[in-house]
Write a protein that binds this ligand. Sequence first.
Ligand SMILES: [Zn+2]
Length: 313
Amino acid sequence: MRYFEEGPLGPESLRHHRRRARFWGAATATVNWCERDYAITPYVAEFYNALSSLAFVAYAALGLRLYGDRRVYERRFVVALWFLVGVGVGSALFHATLWRSMQLLDELPMVYVVLVQLWVLLERWSVRRGRRRGLGRALAFSIGAAAFTVSYVWIWRSALWHQVVFGALMVWVTLLSVRCLRETAQVRARRLYTTSVALYAVGFVLWNVDNQFCHWVRPLHLHAVWHLCMATGAWLAFSFVLYDRLRRLAASPEVHLACGLLPYVVAGAGKPDGPPTRVPVKAGRAVPAPMRTDVTTPKRLHKVRSRVEFFTL
Ligand SMILES: [Zn+2]
């Protein structure tokens, strides 16, 4: 029976869970983490892991509040933020119930978020004429997401399959992001990405330490710390990709700090950054480059946005 065999505790996890199981009944997930089940309350299996998952929702809610204006920000970023909401809600429900169905709600949106990020990075040059190709890519990515979903839900149910696919996509995103980083001059914008990578790396180490040395590090709740590292890293990576896209659209983005600590991107507030905007040449005809100005007013931004595909992602 595939029951908790992949978690850091193995059979001990199953015995412990049977002793302590309360509100959500039998666990059906293929993996159980280091935190003791139902140790804090009978209504939440892994209390700290579930609570820390809400950090993803908090960052996504902030993003939806900041970047909801479609006259300035493209729909692709709103889509990415809604998937981030899905990761947070799915993760909280998974850790609260330890059900396989909730495990899928946690793990599948993780892949979808990275796919959207990857699509945005591949489409970073697209202006009006990139529309058809962009839609083709979006379709290919949707088919890829559907194929992974079918394979993970019904064929290869091992958490390892999810980890391999997620890891490979993250490597691809990292390679593309490093290329963007080379073209970015503003120090704060560069720090968005470098800090994000550092947080991902620290989180990955903590995740492994929690799995391998569970008996020694259980009081530290390292899986919850991994959630916080990943949520903050995802916010910074999202902000960097948004900054890069706005820069290419000559929308004069700038990185601001909320309370002197939390970075976010504002369009139309900065100066041109990096090398001149390049746009792809197709069928021997160059696409007109977007205009750039030192300071972009909201009215001006609306004009810039009207040059981008308003009716696509
Ligand atoms: Zn988790």
